[in-house]
Design a protein around this ligand. Structure first.
Ligand SMILES: *[C@@H]1O[C@H](CO)[C@@H](O)[C@H](O)[C@H]1NC(C)=O
Ligand SMILES: *[C@@H]1O[C@H](CO)[C@@H](O)[C@H](O)[C@H]1NC(C)=O
Ligand SMILES: *[C@@H]1O[C@H](CO)[C@@H](O)[C@H](O)[C@H]1NC(C)=O
Ligand SMILES: *[C@@H]1O[C@H](CO)[C@@H](O)[C@H](O)[C@H]1NC(C)=O
Ligand SMILES: *[C@@H]1O[C@H](CO)[C@@H](O)[C@H](O)[C@H]1NC(C)=O
Ligand SMILES: *[C@@H]1O[C@H](CO)[C@@H](O)[C@H](O)[C@H]1NC(C)=O
Ligand SMILES: *[C@@H]1O[C@H](CO)[C@@H](O)[C@H](O)[C@H]1NC(C)=O
Ligand SMILES: *[C@@H]1O[C@H](CO)[C@@H](O)[C@H](O)[C@H]1NC(C)=O
Length: 473
């Protein structure tokens, strides 16, 4: 019983160990064989030689100052190890120059995070700073409360460098908030607005002064406006082109990023062109999204997302892709509509959906409406009638057509105009009926007019006492 337990325990631990050897064992990262320290200091014109060994294929990453095609850089790869199952690579850089100063990194090609590096200084007393500056100062972006780096790294780690604020105040490193780092330059922790201006890193070697000058710049993140050039929804035919222009205006010195989301984003079917147009007191950025041949799947919401630091804005539009041109027209309130004489205005508006935009003509009783009466006006697709009168009643036809595609549709509707009933006799002065002999036959006449024809009703009132006129209604 006890023996079995022990065997199980051993089996378990050896498996754990084996797994550990893969991740942490020898050559889990490639190894630089001929360097002991984390940094090397060479003199200009000397030869840099680095040997890297690992269990898998190895590649190198050089400082940016070593051009890809530098003829002085040689790589020799070989199989190595007892059973030639390892990978070796030797880098030879000759002559090494000041601008080659930086980190040399050897890594596994398939696992870049498994890497080893050495920092190499190539000291050159005539080039104390890795970067040689031409006339204008370099721009350094700064943000309050964040680290600010004046990147004046040096070719010799023992160089004494001071930081000067223009015109001549010297800033002393305190190793807390102002730190000198020969591989980076001056690092200002938690920078403040006092670091806006012109600064230089300065060193004096053999009586010669060398400087690297920087202009700090605090970018503003203020987006004023974002808009698409199509205000409403966009409709287009399948196979046609879609172009949307997103315009961003921002405060001077702003930097913005513009990104689009759209239905076919995953297919990357749109081409996007960006432009910047600085003007005197603001910046304008354009991003034009183009899809050459629309398909039905391209219909949907297109959004232009704009970011400037923490500031975010967006504008969107809905794109509808129609398979083919069409006109759909039908009655809104049935084929007969009613208006009232004296109404200020009345609108004849059937339901119409069409693409592309059709031409519209309104007829009244077979003749062009607008030519018949100045009170008729075509407004969009509808016909607007001002000061409705009885004679406006009739048969109206809307003719719609898209010439280009030979598409035509008509719709007819009737307009009935109601007229308030009027009594003809009221228009003439009321005649005194006079005295009428009892038992004689009398005809009382009432004429009335209206649309629809009014119903008439007579009423009779007994005679009022003498002296008051009789009333008939
Ligand atoms: C480095 O080599 C160049 C040309 O090979 C020579 O002109 C220069 O004097 C050398 N510089 C040093 C510091 O040895
Ligand atoms: C080197 O490895 C570190 C992590 O181990 C990783 O963060 C870094 O990106 C790697 N560098 C390169 C150049 O591959
Ligand atoms: C940065 O400086 C400001 C003002 O001096 C201070 O209030 C803030 O706590 C500092 N932040 C950090 C992270 O040191
Ligand atoms: C929007 O801008 C693009 C590119 O300038 C243009 O092709 C397109 O016709 C414009 N659309 C509208 C509705 O103005
Ligand atoms: C985008 O639209 C703006 C106006 O909103 C115009 O000035 C600009 O030229 C347009 N860009 C393109 C590429 O059409
Ligand atoms: C994207 O490509 C897939 C496969 O080709 C296709 O099925 C899909 O319709 C495309 N989507 C758009 C929006 O074009
Ligand atoms: C489109 O923009 C409007 C107005 O800015 C916003 O209310 C709406 O949520 C946006 N729609 C989408 C789908 O992003
Ligand atoms: C529409 O009306 C016009 C004029 O009355 C006529 O010529 C045409 O044939 C009609 N079209 C349709 C599709 O009804």
């Amino acid at each position: 019983m006890f023996e079995i337990f022990l065997v199980m325990l051993c089996g378990l631990s050896s498996r754990v160990l084996a797994k550990d050897a893969v991740s942490k064992g020898k050559f889990s990262s490639p190894v630089l064989e001929n360097v002991r320290e984390r940094q090397l200091v060479l003199e200009k014109n000397q030869t840099l030689q680095l040997d890297c060994r690992g269990r898998w294929d190895i590649e190198w990453v050089f400082p940016s100052g070593v051009p890809k095609s530098y003829p002085g850089a040689q790589l020799e790869r070989s199989s190595c190890g007892k059973r030639a199952n390892q990978f070796c690579s030797r880098l030879t850089l000759s002559p090494a120059l000041a601008q080659h100063t930086g980190a040399y990194r050897c890594r596994y090609a398939h696992k870049p995070h498994r890497n080893t590096s050495v920092y190499v200084f190539v000291a050159d007393s005539q080039r104390p700073f890795v970067k040689v500056q031409r006339e204008s100062p370099a721009v350094v972006y700064m943000k309050e409360g964040e680290n600010l780096v004046f990147p004046c790294k040096v070719t010799n780690p023992h160089t004494k460098v001071s930081l000067i604020k223009f015109p001549n105040s010297q800033i002393e490193p305190d190793q807390r908030n102002i730190v000198w780092n020969s591989r980076q330059g001056f690092v200002i922790r938690n920078s403040t607005l006092s670091y806006i201006g012109l600064f230089s890193c300065k060193t004096v070697i053999d009586g010669t002064t060398y400087t690297n000058t920087f202009l700090t710049h605090r970018p503003v993140n203020k987006i004023n406006d974002v808009y698409l050039n199509s205000t409403g929804a966009v409709q287009e035919l399948q196979g046609h082109m879609l172009a949307l222009n997103c315009t961003v205006t921002a405060e001077l010195n702003s930097r913005v990023s513009i990104d689009w989301s759209y239905p076919a984003r995953a297919n990357n079917s749109a081409s996007i062109i960006k432009r910047i147009m600085p003007s005197r007191n603001r910046m304008a950025f354009y991003s034009v999204l183009t899809i050459r041949k629309l398909s039905k799947a391209d219909g949907g919401v297109y959004t232009c997302h704009v970011e400037s630091g923490p500031a975010k804005r967006q504008a969107n539009t809905t794109v509808t892709v129609h398979e083919k041109p069409f006109i759909k027209i039908k009655h809104r309130d049935g084929p007969v509509v009613t208006a009232h004489a004296g109404q200020k205005s009345f609108r004849l508006s059937p339901k119409l959906r069409a693409f592309p935009e059709p031409e519209v003509i309104w007829l009244k009783d077979g003749k062009v409406a607008a030519e018949q009466c100045s009170r008729y006006r075509v407004d969009g697709y509808s016909l607007l009638i001002r000061d409705v009168a009885e004679e406006d009643a009739g048969v109206y036809t809307i003719l719609t057509g898209i010439q280009q595609f030979k598409l035509f549709q008509n719709l007819t509707l009737s307009l009935v105009v109601h007229v308030r009933p009027q009594i003809g006799e009221k228009a003439v002065a009321m005649r005194d009926p006079g005295t009428i002999p009892r038992a004689s036959r009398q005809a009382l006449l009432c004429t009335s007019y209206g649309v629809p024809p009014p119903r008439l009703r007579w009423s009779w009132y007994p005679c009022p006492p003498r002296g008051r006129p009789a009333r008939l209604a």
